[in-house]
Design a protein around this ligand. Structure first.
Ligand SMILES: [Zn+2]
Length: 285
């Protein structure tokens, strides 16, 4: 059993509308996976207000309803109490306990994981990765194509790292697949969808989704041929309603494609179920 987990930020499910860029013309592969291999799951977690990244992602990667634990949806970077929940128990730690090889495919532009520790603002995935520092990929890994950039193509770092060449999204899929073949569980986080959702710029959102779809289309071909399982979900909605700057309370897609896809989908109904479902897939359900 090998899993590639694609965490995509800010992509919810909504009926077709003129301000919804998640449509087959813009992102045909994503829409096909949503239509035939996904289940809508709840991201509101029984808590009032708009779902937010810190609690949504912490819930996704711990199996603890962090919005309920915090009494509200928390934005951006997790504070001390939320960090404690993530550090105590998370998907990487659980997989490591089971003897699984795990990688976080997004490169950090540092020389080693220790450089991340003193950072004041750490994302949920960074807090999680630091509990199992061997999963962290660095600037050297990126330069050697052993890691991916969070934007897939590396365009956003050209001003600072002109020596790291821009690549097409299909090439990023090749890199991710190569990482995934060496590991039991590989996570790749993409948040440009959420960033463009907040911009209210429809053309920009379409461009981001098109880039992601080219990556996804290549990746699906590789994983299908190799018998890997692709799991993909989002922390909350946003980009599917471009007439509004904020997140949405729409359900998010939980996509599973490949071995044990049906059991995976059958095990989830909210973000709280994602980590237990992935662990169950490794345990054979
Ligand atoms: Zn956001």
């Amino acid at each position: 059993m090998r899993i590639i987990f694609l965490f995509i930020d800010g992509v919810g499910l909504r009926e077709a509308a003129s301000d919804n860029p998640v449509n087959p013309e813009v992102c045909p592969t994503l829409c096909r996976l949503i239509t035939s291999h996904s289940k809508p799951i709840d991201a509101c977690l029984g808590v009032e207000g708009l779902p937010q990244s810190a609690t949504g992602q912490a819930t996704m990667f711990t199996g603890v309803n962090c919005a309920r634990a915090m009494g509200k949806h928390c934005e951006g970077f997790p504070g001390p109490s939320l960090r404690r929940i993530i550090e105590e128990n998370n998907l990487f730690l659980q997989l490591k306990k089971r003897g699984k090889r795990v990688k976080f495919a997004d490169a950090y532009l540092v020389e080693s994981a220790e450089e991340l520790i003193p950072r004041r603002y750490k994302s949920v995935t960074t807090v999680m990765a630091l509990t199992t520092p061997e999963v962290v990929m660095t600037a050297d890994d990126l330069a050697e194509d052993r890691a991916l950039m969070q934007d897939l193509t590396r365009e956003t770092i050209q001003d600072r790292y002109p020596d790291i060449r821009v690549i097409p999204p299909q090439r990023a899929a090749e890199h991710l697949f190569a990482i995934a073949r060496e590991n039991d569980f590989t996570l790749y986080e993409f948040f440009q969808t959420d960033v463009s959702g907040h911009s209210m710029d429809y053309a920009r959102a379409c461009a981001v989704l098109r880039t992601y779809d080219r990556f996804l289309s290549a990746l699906v071909r590789f994983t299908e041929a190799a018998g890997l399982t692709l799991v993909m979900t989002a922390d909350h909605g946003n980009i599917e309603a471009m007439d509004d700057r904020s997140h949405t309370r729409n359900p998010v897609p939980f996509i599973a494609f490949g071995p044990r896809e049906k059991e995976l989908r059958d095990s989830v109904s909210s973000l709280e179920d994602v980590t237990p479902a992935v662990l169950a897939a490794f345990d054979g359900f």
